[in-house]
Design a protein around this ligand. Sequence first.
Ligand code: C2O
Ligand code: CU
Ligand code: CU
Length: 521
Amino acid sequence: MKRRDFLKYGVGAGVAATGVLAWARGHMGMGHNMGGMNHDMGNMPNMNHDMGRMQGMGHGAQNLMPVTAMAAGAPLAALGLMPNRSKKFGLFQAELTAKPVMVTLAGGKQTELWAYNDSVPGPQIVVTEGDRVEIMFENQLSQPTTVHWHGLPVPSDQDGNPQDPVAPGERRLYQFTVPEGSAGTYWYHPHPHGHVSEQVAHGLAGTLIVKAKQDPLAHLPEQHWLISDLRLDINGRVPENTMLDWMNGREGQFVLVNGQREPKINISGEHRVRIWNACAARYLRLHIPNCEFILLGTDGGLLAAPQAPVTELFLSPADRVEVVVRTRQPGTYALQSLYYDRSKMMVKETPHTLTLGQVTVGAKVAALPRTLRKINDFGPVVARKRVVFSEEMGGGQHDMGEGGMGMSMMANMFRVNGKTYDMARIDLTSKVGEVEEWTVFNDSHMDHPFHLHGTQFMVISHSLNNRTVPAAYRAYKDTINLRPYETIVFKVVQKEKGLRMFHCHILEHENLGMMANLNVV
Ligand code: C2O
Ligand code: CU
Ligand code: CU
């Protein structure tokens, strides 16, 4: 079956598949680049059979474990620490192993997860600016992997690029120094070519914190919320991606904080809370009734000053924040994630609020300094780059034989500057130390979070519907969401030579090739 026939089925079908129709309308009628496709909507033989197959690959067909089958309501456990086995000041040494583990998570069923040091989430690495880090990694998975230090300015050959896979059974030493000024909230996860979605879906991800030598918030107790999701089928297995997962990104039915379902969380109002969105594709709009968040930091560390209180925190996949939570009415409230419409394809969602836990918030109020640190503009721009994210259908010659319909259609769908990822191709080149201005345009119908390796950038402006809004504050970011047809302008400087990736951080899109290589020379 040819790709164009697949689309014909979607559009021409009179069957009860409103999601398919909504998708087809959105994508064919609203300016999607159909790459010279034949728009004939005629009915085709075998339609019902193929529609059935397509539906069969959707969410509904997976027989999932009910959410209530996982125990909930235990006190929030702190993330386990990765012990430093070096006694030398300024040196962090540890061993990190990725391997399958069997656990019982829900419904009394055995689940095979893939874990770092037998732990999901992976152990937390805490280091201080200026520290030398040496981590001996061992791959005990049955497929290649890498460890990518998301957001950290580490040398390109230590950053777990897809070009540097660690084969099954192999070991490799990751070593780098965390530079001065890099204090912030990071994480690590696999980045091998073509396996990222599957490896993260099985549990491979952990947090990494770089502490500042001079920390204006050192007086505050810390708490960490790593938000991730997990999908289990009725037999307790982590199922394969459906076609809809590849299209929209995979969301698990279990949304967990530090690996726990709806934990009981206790904060005094003085806590500096670091939050990670480690979900492959789930967007979060965190809200706690009667409470406010004061934003103190983003991906790459503290802001220049605490921000005015807000009642909602938006975190796209891979985003991190540091906040304090305060209330005028101490009590216990739900930690919620409000509904966010990210224009998924072929899916019609009913807005719904998720409960992620119960938070007891105390009356104390954190004493916050008026300023946190200096964040300088990077200086005058000397080079410019343009990046376009797009979703395109057609143009390929792939045959969509039995069993391959969904994947082969999507293999070329998600693109950066018109192309899908090629490990060997250099897409853009930057010069070390040059201040660049990047314009990133989401020329598609769905939200995509843009991520750049190797450094932090500073967003200058957002433009949507012919309105340009300057960034509300200076912040170091490595991941920034783009609404459909939104343009973001940021400034960035790469400080080291080598190959860096930039991509959509919906991991299924990255996996399908919505990624490109930047060579820094
Ligand atoms: Cu968190 Cu290239 O990834
Ligand atoms: Cu990264
Ligand atoms: Cu994407």
